[in-house]
Design a protein around this ligand. Structure first.
Ligand code: SAH
Length: 210
């Protein structure tokens, strides 16, 4: 009974995402496969599959499924990528990225959130994520370069240069940019590594990158 309720909630979310324009079947499959209830508090289990952000403590939120799906779709992951995720939070976005790529390194400034995320990723059965505590705006110079970088907090002044510099030639980066008004920005590093193409996309609402 409970199981079929849960399945119903998952399928309702997937059809909401389709209706909102997410067409990438690999991404929809990853959203279906990652148990979002593992990344919220016990009191929030019933709401885990709603298409909205939820509070995770330290004034932070687990991103809305639609935003996670849209960001993953824009990154066009093939399963072979080395990925940097900035702003681990609950670990949910990292888990979805990990389902779509080879390995994810995820950086969080709050030690408490990072250690909770570690348990949550283990409970969710995700084994290809490495967590680090620190300032994600600096990237991870000792692990770089990355094929893909996904930023889960808004940089006011633009995409941090250190992150763009850690992209492989041909690599992609997605980040919310702005203060009061934020937009997703998709960056592509040219195959020769020399230039960056930056495209401003839809409006979004993220906590700030500190
Ligand atoms: N992607 C997360 C939610 C992100 S909320 C999830 O799926 O749950 C944004 C997160 O970025 C917060 O946890 C916040 O603490 C973290 N953060 C903000 N600035 C940061 C920085 N400079 N370096 C690392 N993490 C940062």
């Amino acid at each position: 009974m409970e199981t079929s309720d849960a399945l119903g909630r998952i399928e309702r979310l997937i059809s909401d995402l389709r209706a909102a324009g997410v067409r990438d079947e690999r991404v929809l499959g990853a959203l279906r496969a990652v148990p979002r209830e593992c990344f919220v508090t016990a009191q929030q289990r019933a709401e885990a599959w709603e298409n909205r952000p939820l509070s995770i403590g330290e004034g932070q939120t687990i991103s809305q499924p639609l935003v996670v799906a849209r960001m993953c779709a824009l990154l066009d992951l093939r399963g072979t990528e080395r990925v940097l995720d900035v702003g681990t939070g609950s670990g949910y976005h990292a888990a979805v990225l990990a389902t779509l790529s080879a390995w994810v390194w995820s950086v969080e400034r709050h030690e408490s959130l990072s250690s909770l995320a570690e348990c949550q990723l283990r409970n969710a059965g995700i084994a290809n994520v490495t967590l680090r505590v620190g300032d994600g705006a600096l990237g991870l110079p000792d692990v770089a370069p990355f094929d893909v970088i996904s930023v889960g907090a808004a940089a006011g002044a633009g995409v941090p240069a250190a992150l763009e510099a850690q992209l492989e030639p041909g690599g992609r980066l997605i980040a919310p940019v702005g203060d009061e008004t934020q937009h997703l920005v998709l960056v592509r590093r040219a195959p020769d590594g020399l230039t960056f193409e930056r495209r401003r996309l839809e409006r979004v609402r993220f906590v700030p990158l500190r």
